[in-house]
Structure formats: C-alpha cells, structure tokens
Write a protein that binds this ligand. Structure first.
Ligand code: PLP
Length: 390
C-alpha cells in the first residue's frame, strides 16, 4: 500500500514538461509537443480542459471583483443550493472553502465542534490534504517529517476486511472519535474499492457510537467513479461530504463541505463560522455554477459515457502484457494498475511521457484518470501509447 505522498509537481514530473496550453484531452508543452492527458490534473479536469459552457461563463462574468465574507452574495446561495441539490437529502448546508485541504480541515473542525470529541479515525496511507489536520489523518509517516501533528488520530490498515472492522469497532467503542474520514473509493490508495458490506458496516458503527462519517470526495467525486459521488456505490449516507477539484472544471480554485442541518446548527451555535478570505471567490463561484449546472443537465449522458468508456479501458487493460503480474482496479474512470513494483511503475510513467501520454503513479500503482468526456479514438491512442510503454 503506498504510504508516500505525491511530491510537488516540479519533482514528480520531469522538469522538461513546461505546460503551455491545455485543451480537451491534450496538454501542449512550451516546445509545442502534445500529450494525451490521462491525469487531467488529478481529477480536476473531469469534463475535459476548457469545457465550452464553463469557459463561456467565465468570459461573460461581470460580477464584483471580490465579496467580503461577512456580506451576502446571491450566487453563493445559488451555488450552495445547486450543491445541495446534487447531494443526498440530509446534506443541506454548505461551507465555503478555497480547495480540498481547507474543505477537509473544515469538516474535521465541524466534527469536533458538533460531537465535542477530539479523536479521528482514517485509513492508513491515505491522503486528505496538506493542512496540519489533513496530514494528521493522512499517512502515519507524515509524522516523521512533521513532529507536531494532531494527536489522537487512529489509523486502520486497509483493506476494510474483518480484522479491520474489529479494529474500527474497538476504537469507536471508546466514544471519543469525532469522525471517521475516508475516500469512499480511494484514488490516493491506487483506486482502492472497498467491499460494500464492509464500508456499510463502518458507517453503521459510526452511527452506533456517535462518530460522524466524513466522505472525502475531493478526488473521487463529480462522476469520476461512474456515479456522481463514490459513496452512492455503497448506498451510504455520509454526515459530511468534502468536494473541490472538478467542482469548477479547473478554471478557478474552490472547495466546499456539505453537512447535515444538525451539524450546521452546531456550527452556528458554537461560533464555527469558518472565515475564509478567498473562500468562494466570485469568479470561482461563476465557474462552479456553470460546471455544476452543466453536470446536472447532462448527468445521465455523462455517466452512461463513463460506463461505456470504463468497459473499454477494462477490456484493453486486461489485454496488456506487463513485465510482471499486474492487478487492474477500475471503477468508472478511476483506474489503478498495480504493477507490483514502484520502480517499474515509475519507468512506465516516464516511458509514457516520452511517448506522448501523461499518467500518474502512487507507489507501485500506475493511475489513469482520463477526462470523463473522453472519446474512444483518443482513449485508444492513449492506450496504444501505454501498450508501447510497459
Ligand atoms: C482525497 C483528497 N482530499 C483532499 C485533497 C486536498 O485538496 P487540495 O489539493 O485542493 O487542497 C486531495 C488532493 O489531492 C485529495 O486527493
């Protein structure tokens, strides 16, 4: 299980990829070389780069340069309503954030305020953002680098099997855990897909012992796994949902927590105001409203296309002959190919780059996160390059 965190872009990607332009499924570098993009900014460009509806909304934007968080701004309400309309019914109230790390941090604060508890539980090796709280619930080896992360953060080694479930119950029984936080399908753990019964059992245990269940869908949300949100695969009802990345189609930074009404009431009553100077900047809000309106209107078509392309990727990937036994994990267009060796995964990444394809890696897993709007011809060209690069 990969426990390392992605390095900053300049170190993860060889320095020569100087991005000059992004369009559709293609990244162009400063020398004019084109790459098929199977990373899409790591789940940011779910709808392709520069989706027309979103780009147009930004071009037409004539709103205020900035709105002070203490004032009202009608598009904030509109975006909050739009988000709540996409989330399941008990999730009614949005908190504004500038991105995924802030969203997760807010959710953890909200959990502590609402429950009066201080401990957290999460999956070992996971990634939940770069704030101190996010790193605290992330991989334990973060503590080797940063010596003063939050205490009382328990980790459950994945997968969620019977042993892991026993550990979850033992820990929750003490009734001091404010929240269990996880990506329902973990992109950061190389597309780890839990058993439905197991994740539902975790949710039930949370309910039984008064712990909030926080779904971090910063990466796996907005259609990536073939459902609008990954928790829908398991008929789950999270207490809080963290979103960011694809929410604005990559055109502007934004994030949000969507919480139940009782949690929102606790926030109001206990001063959890979550001031964020650039949280929901007007331009980001314009991009997010355009993105989510488009997503809402085209949801059935988009998800049908994800299902079709997912099957295409699955069939093609199972035909590939890797140097060593490889396991393909695929849900929608979240695709992890565990090639069993980190160096081999890195060499595939580098060969793909040389051959004109962008992929990502997490430890020994090669990650493919193509646009949800990818056409078969581009997918085939990308997969041909992958086949030449293994
Ligand atoms: C699951 C998850 N949570 C939180 C974050 C942090 O989001 P951001 O980089 O927007 O702060 C990430 C980023 O990769 C993520 O994958």
């Amino acid at each position: 299980m990969p426990a390392r965190r992605r390095e900053p872009l300049a170190r993860e990607e060889p320095a020569e990829l100087q991005v000059a332009a992004t369009n559709g499924n293609i990244v162009t570098d400063s020398r004019g070389r084109k790459y098929i993009d199977f990373v899409m900014g790591w789940c940011v460009g779910n709808f392709g780069w520069r989706p027309a509806a979103i780009a147009k909304a930004i071009e037409r934007f004539k709103g205020p340069d900035y709105v002070y968080p203490g004032y009202a701004y009608a598009p904030w309400t509109e975006l909050a309503r739009l988000l709540a309309s996409l989330a399941p019914r008990p999730l009614t109230t949005c908190f504004r954030a500038t991105g995924g790390s802030e969203a997760v941090d807010l959710a953890l604060q909200a959990a502590m305020i609402h429950t009066g508890r201080r401990a957290f539980l999460s999956l070992e090796g996971s990634y939940h953002g770069n704030s101190l709280a996010g790193l605290s619930v992330g991989a334990s080896d973060n503590r080797e680098r940063i010596k003063n992360l939050l205490p009382h953060c328990g980790k459950i080694a994945p997968p969620l099997d019977a042993k892991a479930l026993r550990r979850v119950e033992q820990r929750l029984k003490r009734r001091d855990v404010a929240a269990f936080v996880m990506e329902p399908i973990s992109i950061n753990l190389g597309v780890l897909i839990p058993e439905k019964d197991a994740i539902r059992r975790v949710r039930d245990l949370c309910r039984r012992y008064g712990t909030l269940f926080v779904a971090d869908e910063v990466a796996c949300g907005f259609g990536r796994t073939g459902r609008l949100f990954a928790f829908e695969h398991f008929d789950l009802d999270p207490d809080m949902l963290c979103v960011a990345k694809a929410m604005s189609g990559g055109l502007a930074p934004i994030g949000a927590v969507i919480a139940t009404a009782p949690i929102a009431t606790s926030m109001e009553e206990n001063g959890g105001a979550f001031y964020s100077t650039y949280g929901w900047h007007p331009r980001s809000v314009a991009a997010a409203i355009a993105t989510l309106r488009d997503l809402k209107a085209n949801r059935p078509r988009l998800l049908a296309s994800v299902a079709e392309m997912s099957e295409y990727f699955r069939i093609r990937l199972l035909q590939l002959e890797f140097n060593r036994p490889a396991a393909v994990r695929i849900q929608g267009l979240a695709i992890g190919i565990d090639v069993g060796d980190e160096d081999y995964a890195d060499s595939i990444h580098d060969n793909c780059r040389r051959n004109g394809l962008l992929v990502s890696t997490e430890g020994s897993t090669v990650l493919l996160l193509p646009s949800l709007a990818i056409d078969k011809r581009t997918a085939a060209r990308g997969l041909d390059i992958l086949a030449r690069s293994i």
